[in-house]
Design a protein around this ligand. Structure first.
Ligand code: ZN
Ligand code: ZN
Length: 566
């Protein structure tokens, strides 16, 4: 293994969030009162704003996110139930637990409840204001292992590490955790064993009730429900359980998809109940549920075995595929010309809707000039990252394009006062001038990975901290400026600091777009457990399984605390 010098350090970005944050109610009709805000535009996620994030992961069938940082830790937030985030234990004495939902309680953004529970001691969600950090050693990974990928399914997460091990937590009613467990949920991240032996697992994807893993030799393994052929083994195993009720085969452990055995698969993607695989030649294979012709084969018959999509099985390499992605009821392919093609249902009206789906892969209109590098989809929102078509070819200036109908929670990130839905792809102006490195959609929420810049720093932060304008310097507690320089505001906690009060004192305002105070210059690996969303020490721990613990003297450094309500 070669050592990595500091100049070769992985590129990183900061996490932006838009859309729904009321994790327990998203996509659920009953008792629908949004206690937590819908973020109409992109916001800097304060809790991760000093974390160097390398990639962001989610899926349209999930309501949570996995952010992987440059040191190989995973940061998870969103809906937990049943145990998709590894069952963080809520403090049963915390006032936000056991509070009946939707009884007219209003919260200031500052008072966002962090945990809410319907089951005793199990948090229904992990707030984005205090993500759960998981390091490889916490799950028992090999020494030197770093997390490199996150996979999100409905109620399920898989973390893949650099040593090739895959760790799963969450819903397992239909075997989608692949552990041959008799339990209906896996409560803590547990290593998945399978027929790949000593080969490394390098990627995965998951849907509503099935999961896929990809090994380093390009073999694909599936587990979970076979109801629509989403396991790719050629059968659904449909059988009668009782009158009017049918059951389907369940694979409780990973099995090789034999139909892809002679291909070298390099990428896999899953919608709710269908999947795509891309091989090293640029051919695309599809299988699973085929409602609205989402497999792009020109018909609606479920595909029980992977089958090649004729459109991309071309002599000319330029017409083959470079990258694949799935919406819940659609499939997307970026071809070797960097053009985006879509099949299935991606709208609610007109061409592309359930009444007139794209029966085969069609070029996305309005995007013919775009060179697309990445595409992702939530329940209704779609995003593509593209080189700016208005700039000369070869430009590295990127734009973010969004579209989608029936947007309910602001997940298109177009900003306040803008039309909620967009029937046609259009440039996202709230991200103008901000380089987006990666993007991920859960069903009703969108996360972007943005390169720090002055334009980035202008974005609003979530949650807002108000009333800090008149706060004195956090060190000398004085309002006036002893030096010639204006006080600096920390990009994490927004407290003011006289440059001359810092150790060592600063003699000039830093040129970097971001500045962090001594408390926040490095991300605290455990701040999610011991610090609130401003990074202030919590007076009482709320995440230690209900055991209340007094803070140590070291944690109480006499600085103003906003976590005192705990
Ligand atoms: Zn001062
Ligand atoms: Zn700070």
């Amino acid at each position: 293994m070669t050592s990595v010098s500091s100049s070769e350090q992985a590129k990183f970005g900061r996490v932006l969030i838009a859309g729904g944050t009321d994790w327990p109610s998203l996509g659920r009709k009953e008792g629908k009162i949004d206690l937590r805000p819908n973020l109409m535009g992109p916001h800097i996620l304060r809790s991760l704003c000093n974390v160097q994030v390398q990639s962001v992961h989610s899926s349209p069938s999930g309501s949570h996110f996995i952010c992987i940082d440059t040191i190989g830790h995973a940061h998870l937030f969103g809906r937990n139930s049943p145990s998709a985030l590894g069952s963080p234990q809520a403090d049963p004495t915390s006032p936000s637990v056991f509070r009946p939902r939707g009884v007219g309680l209003a919260f200031d953004v500052e008072d966002l409840p962090s945990f809410e529970s319907c089951m005793p001691h199990v948090a229904e969600f992990v707030s984005e204001t205090r993500p759960k950090m998981i390091s490889p050693d916490m799950v028992g990974a090999k020494k030197k292992a770093k997390f490199v990928k996150g996979v999100v399914g409905r109620g399920l997460s898989i973390l893949i590490d650099s040593e090739g091990d895959a760790w799963v937590s969450g819903e397992d009613k239909l075997g989608q955790c692949g552990l041959s467990s008799s339990s209906s949920m896996i409560k803590n991240f547990t290593r998945i064993k399978g027929p790949w032996g000593s080969k490394k697992i390098v990627d995965g994807s998951a849907g509503v009730n099935f999961s896929l893993l990809l090994d380093e030799e390009g073999k694909v393994y599936s587990f979970g429900s076979a109801e629509f052929g989403q396991l790719g083994h050629g059968k659904t195993g449909e059988h009668i359980i009782s009158s009017g009720k049918n059951g389907f085969e369940v694979s409780w452990e990973p099995k090789l998809i034999k139909a892809l055995d002679d291909k070298k698969i390099v990428q896999i993607a899953s919608g709710n109940s269908h999947s795509l695989a891309l091989d090293s030649e640029g051919f695309v294979y599809v299988w699973g549920y085929n409602g609205y012709c989402r497999l792009g084969l020109g018909h609606q018959k479920d595909q029980l075995l992977p089958v090649v999509v004729p459109q991309f099985a071309q002599e000319k390499v330029i017409l083959r595929a470079k990258s694949i992605a799935c919406g819940p009821a659609s499939s997307m392919v970026i071809d070797n010309q960097s053009m985006l093609l879509v099949a299935g249902r991606w709208k609610t009206t007109g061409e592309g809707s359930s009444g007139a789906p794209y029966t085969t892969f069609r070029f996305m209109s309005d995007m013919m000039q775009c060179k697309v590098t990445k595409v992702c989809a939530g329940s209704s929102a779609f995003f593509a990252l593209s080189a700016n078509p208005e700039k000369p070819a070869g430009t590295d200036e990127m734009i973010t394009i969004g579209w989608g109908q029936a947007i309910q929670h602001g997940e298109l990130a177009v900003g306040e006062g803008q039309p909620k839905s967009m029937t046609r792809p259009a440039k996202n102006f709230t991200l103008d001038g901000i380089k987006i490195l990666d993007a991920a959609c859960s069903a009703y929420t969108t996360v972007f990975l943005a390169e720090p810049s002055d334009a980035f720093s202008e974005l609003p932060r979530h949650p807002l901290i108000e009333g800090l304008e008149d706060e004195p310097c956090a060190i000398c507690r004085k309002n006036d400026s002893p030096g010639a320089l204006e006080p600096l505001a920390c990009d994490f906690c927004e407290r003011a600091f006289h440059p001359s009060c810092l150790t060592p004192p600063l003699t000039a305002i830093p040129e970097e777009p971001e500045w962090f105070c001594p408390d926040h210059v490095t991300a605290r690996p455990s701040f999610s457990a011991r610090y609130d969303h401003r990074g202030m020490p919590l007076a009482l721990s709320t995440t230690t399984g209900g055991k209340r613990k007094a803070t140590t003297a070291a944690a109480d450094n006499g600085k103003p605390k906003s976590g005192e309500r705990f």
